[in-house]
Design a protein around this ligand. Structure first.
Ligand code: DGY
Length: 421
């Protein structure tokens, strides 16, 4: 099997009939942001499967517009916490929290690249109002004061579960839980690649608090023990708003296009103010402690992806990337090796993630910095060639970590090949 066929075979093997699991057993359901990247990957060779992926994710969308981070389409006992822990009431069992909203970006790409124009138009016309409802939900539920930045209420919402950027805020979250913790993840992969037990105690404590709010956004906002304007989630939403604005011009009304454009502008302005000169990066804001989180992580490059960095900020980000490049074999580590919280193999505390590389490279390219964009993509391809389609990669050695035959890594591999084709 050639390399492109290997990547396609992973998506086919992880397809559960209309949705794609991130990998067998470790993640046996449909995950929100995984799915958006996977839909783009499917789009490079099977447009039907790509649109099915999008529609399956929408099947989990709540009436208020929220798209959950997990849709439990079919039972599986290899994952904790399952639907019984979340106790939500949607038509399809889902979690009660969300994840970075990459979906509008994926739909725009599928629409623009679709070979069957009539189908691409029809599918996008049906997706557009659901995406609009979702972006309005983010604004209402997660930025009630209209700051321009949206907040995550659980580290799982960032997708970067145990990032050292959350350490300080998480240290204030109690470790007691109502829900018994019965981890399954450490039975599937090397436990030293996963979050620690104390992280899980806090993850589940927050789930207990939010479930007790009946998953009602206003009550969750008032009671959440963690509230962070995550620089990556905000950048992804700002970019998604710009992509949705393009769809609005074709499928929406002028009033909607103006509303979306205004939100995108406000978000970019708020992101630009998150610049931290001492770090040479952008940073998240702890909304409970009311202070910026001065921890260097790969998320700090993400405003590039939203066109929110000034030319001077983009140049400083380039210098930061060059400094990091001297310390690693593979860019972009989720945390640089000279940071005390760095762990080369532990999930979001060091490893390289292909999807993050894809977005950061896109950001450098948009800022006119093709050499750095190319370097990041070349490193991504090198790690995949060395270690296969692993969940993530050790930045010092390039070895694979976490789960194997991972859908979003395969999807990025396909997108890389699509780019050079
Ligand atoms: C997990 O279970 O590891 C996920 O990241 C939560 O979404």
């Amino acid at each position: 099997m050639n390399d492109i066929e290997k990547a396609r075979a992973i998506l086919r093997a992880n397809d559960r009939g209309g949705y794609t699991v991130p990998t067998d057993r470790l993640y046996p359901f449909q995950w929100n942001w995984d799915s958006a990247f996977v839909a783009m990957g499917w789009g490079t060779f099977d447009e039907d499967a790509a649109w099915r992926e999008v529609e399956s994710l929408f099947a989990g969308q709540w009436d208020d517009g929220m798209i959950p981070h997990i849709v439990f389409h079919a039972p599986a006992d290899s994952y904790f916490p399952g639907p019984e822990v979340w106790g939500t009431r949607h038509r399809v069992p889902t979690s009660g929290i969300t994840q970075p909203p990459v979906l509008a970006t994926a739909v725009r790409r599928l629409w623009e690249k679709g070979n069957d124009r009539a189908r691409a138009d029809a599918k996008t016309a049906s997706a557009y109002p659901k995406l609009l409802a979702n972006h309005r939900w983010w604004r209402r539920a997660r930025d009630p004061q209209g700051s321009g930045l949206v907040a995550i209420l659980h580290p799982w919402e960032s997708g970067m579960d145990n990032s050292p950027a959350w350490d300080d805020a998480m240290s204030r979250v109690p470790t007691d839980t109502v829900t018994p913790i019965v981890r399954r993840d450490t039975g599937h992969v090397d436990p030293s690649h996963r979050p620690r037990q104390i992280d899980y105690q806090r993850f589940i404590h927050i789930v207990d608090v939010l479930r007790a709010c009946g998953w009602a956004p206003a009550s969750m906002w008032a009671k959440a023990p963690l509230k962070i304007a995550d620089i990556a989630t905000c950048s992804i939403l700002a970019r998604a708003e710009s992509d949705l604005a393009v769809l609005a011009a074709r499928f929406g009304t002028p009033a909607e296009a103006a509303e979306i454009g205004e939100r995108a502008r406000a978000m970019r302005a708020a992101l630009s103010a998150c610049w931290r000169p001492g770090l040479g990066l952008f940073a998240s804001v702890d909304l409970i402690a009311e202070r910026p989180i001065d921890v260097p992580t790969s998320a700090g490059f993400m405003p590039l992806y939203a066109d929110a960095a000034t030319p001077a900020q983009a140049a400083a980000l380039g210098a930061t990337l060059d400094r990091w490049a001297k310390m690693v074999r593979v860019l972009v580590p989720s945390t640089p090796p000279d940071w005390p919280g760095f762990e080369a193999r532990r999930y979001w505390r060091g490893p390289v993630w292909a999807v993050v590389n894809w977005m950061i490279a896109d950001g450098f390219a948009r800022a006119g910095d093709a050499p750095r964009a190319d370097r990041i993509l070349a490193d991504t391809a090198k790690a995949i060639a060395q270690s296969g389609h692993s969940e993530n990669f050790d930045p010092l050695e390039g070895s694979g970590g976490g789960g194997g035959t991972f859908s979003w890594t395969a999807a990025i591999d396909l997108l890389l090949r699509d780019r050079v084709a």
